[in-house]
Design a protein around this ligand. Structure first.
Ligand code: UDX
Length: 448
């Protein structure tokens, strides 16, 4: 099957490489000339385990190509995937300018039947807008060509995207057309062998499914974070509570890890966009708004804990920060809790010595050279002259720590753990104060 993918971002590249890998002929198109020439040379612009090999193997096999020529790309595929970004507008709604630009491009260059597949996360009603944008361009050209638009949301986790694409729990397609259903079955057939994962539904339902899935996952996180904050006031340990509730299969253990807030390119943006859509249709979504507010406050927790530990005297202090990425196995720092922490520390006049196994360069790109930021090559280097250690990301490499050595190195005995990695007793036994999320010294003593 011939497939065109607009653009070579995270979702586009993973989709293109995975579809080429099962034998389809895939052409990925992007407006960024530099990115396309680097991709042609086998250079992958993002960090995603397994993607580099998948791209180079399929390029070598002649099944995957990259171009900046939109006209050629539109003519190439029966399926035209739109996988461009939908960043948040100033008011929080999804910005559709890239999606609609691609729709126009398709309308300007198509000369036979096309199926346009909305892969980007787009608000309910976008497929209809894409349809209109294509139709207008066809009308300008005086052509009456047939085309369909369907919704096929992605459910890819960064760091596990290839696995999610190949073994995801569902393949959702929003369409009313039998012709589209057949084509999408053919497209995903190789990934649909073990059991039928294809779910066909209305276009609007498919669009809403993506937002509802992300909003529910974000709700679980904000919920457990709320419980953790409560536990601190009530003299309870949230990790014990997490075990207690997760054992009920209706609740389950996944996605109820308390922490310093969710980040990344999806949850924050999608939760905001859904709240915005709800507002627009005159049905404010109170739970979803609260999920966002709780997360906003949660990202400030690490700073608050440091502020308390140092009685507000943070000016001139040096803070070691382990973990910059919004989660392990990625170099992505979009909306990462580490950013809220570092920015608050800088505002308070403190210095940061940080280390991340993958995101140091990304951090340098975002913040540039500054006197109050040192990026270390190894986690131990961050501790030289540091008054406290804060952990923002639960990289595996951070799970083993020699606490007595840490006690000797830190100028003050303060550890703030945004991911609850350690047993409070083992940290405290080394003479360190251990502030975590809903546990350790964050839990206030119960008055007699
Ligand atoms: C998410 C969805 O999981 C995916 O299905 C969707 O397509 C895109 O958004 P991703 O952004 O890659 O994927 O990250 P994910 O692994 O889901 O984690 C999101 C954030 O939630 C991270 O900041 C993580 O630290 C946080 N999180 C996750 C918690 O704080 N607690 C948890 O229990 C789980």
């Amino acid at each position: 099957m011939r497939i065109t993918i607009f653009a070579c971002g995270y979702v586009g590249l993973v989709t293109g490489a995975c579809l080429a890998d099962v034998g389809h002929d895939v052409m990925c198109v992007d407006v960024d000339k530099d990115k396309v020439s680097r991709l042609k040379a086998g250079e992958i612009p993002i960090f995603e385990p397994g993607l580099e090999r998948l791209v180079s193997d399929n390029q070598a096999a002649g099944r995957l190509s990259f171009t900046t020529d939109a006209a050629e790309a539109v003519k190439f595929g029966l399926l035209q995937f739109i996988a461009v970004g939908t960043p948040s507008d100033e008011d929080g709604s999804a910005d559709l300018k890239h999606v609609l630009k691609v729709a126009e491009t398709i309308g300007q260059h198509m000369d036979d039947y096309k199926i346009i597949v909305d892969k980007s996360t787009v608000p309910v009603g976008t497929a209809a807008k894409v349809e209109r944008a294509v139709a207008i361009e066809l009308e300008k050209r005086g052509l009456d060509l047939e085309f369909d638009v369907c919704s096929n949301p992605e459910f890819l986790k960064e760091g596990a995207a290839i696995e999610d694409f190949s073994r995801g729990s569902r393949i959702i397609v929003g369409t009313e057309s039998e012709r589209v259903r057949e084509a999408m079955r053919e497209c995903y057939g190789p990934y649909n062998r073990q059991r039928d994962k294809m779910m066909f539904m209305g276009v609007r339902s498919a669009e809403l499914t993506k937002y509802a899935a992300n909003a529910l996952l974000a709700t679980k996180i904000s919920f457990i974070n709320e419980v953790a904050n409560l536990a601190e006031h009530l003299g309870a340990e949230v990790e014990e509570v997490r075990h207690g509730i997760g054992s009920d299969p209706r609740i389950g253990y996944s996605f109820i890890y308390p922490g310093c807030g969710y980040g990344g390119s999806c949850f924050p943006k999608d939760v905001r966009a859904l709240a915005n859509t709800a507002e627009e249709v005159g049905h404010p979504a109170h739970i979803i708004e609260a999920v966002e507010q709780v997360n906003f406050r949660q990202k400030n927790k690490l700073f608050e804990k440091l502020y308390q530990a140092f009685d507000g005297q943070l000016a001139g202090k040096t803070i070691a920060v382990w973990g910059l990425a919004f989660k392990p196995n990625t170099d992505d720092m979009r909306e990462a809790p580490s950013r809220a922490l570092m920015e608050a520390l800088w505002d308070a006049g403190a210095r940061v010595q940080a280390f991340d196994p993958e995101a140091n360069n990304e951090c340098r790109r975002i913040y540039g050279e500054r006197d109050d930021l040192v990026l270390a090559e190894q986690r131990e280097d961050t501790l030289e002259g540091a008054h406290a250690l804060v952990i923002c990301t639960e990289w595996k490499a951070f799970r083993t720590v020699d606490f007595s050595l840490l006690r000797k190195t830190l100028l003050e005995p303060v550890v703030v753990d945004g991911r609850n990695l350690f047993h409070p007793e083992s940290v405290k036994a080394a003479g360190l104060a251990y502030y975590a999320i809903g546990r350790g010294d964050s839990v206030r003593p119960i008055p007699a």
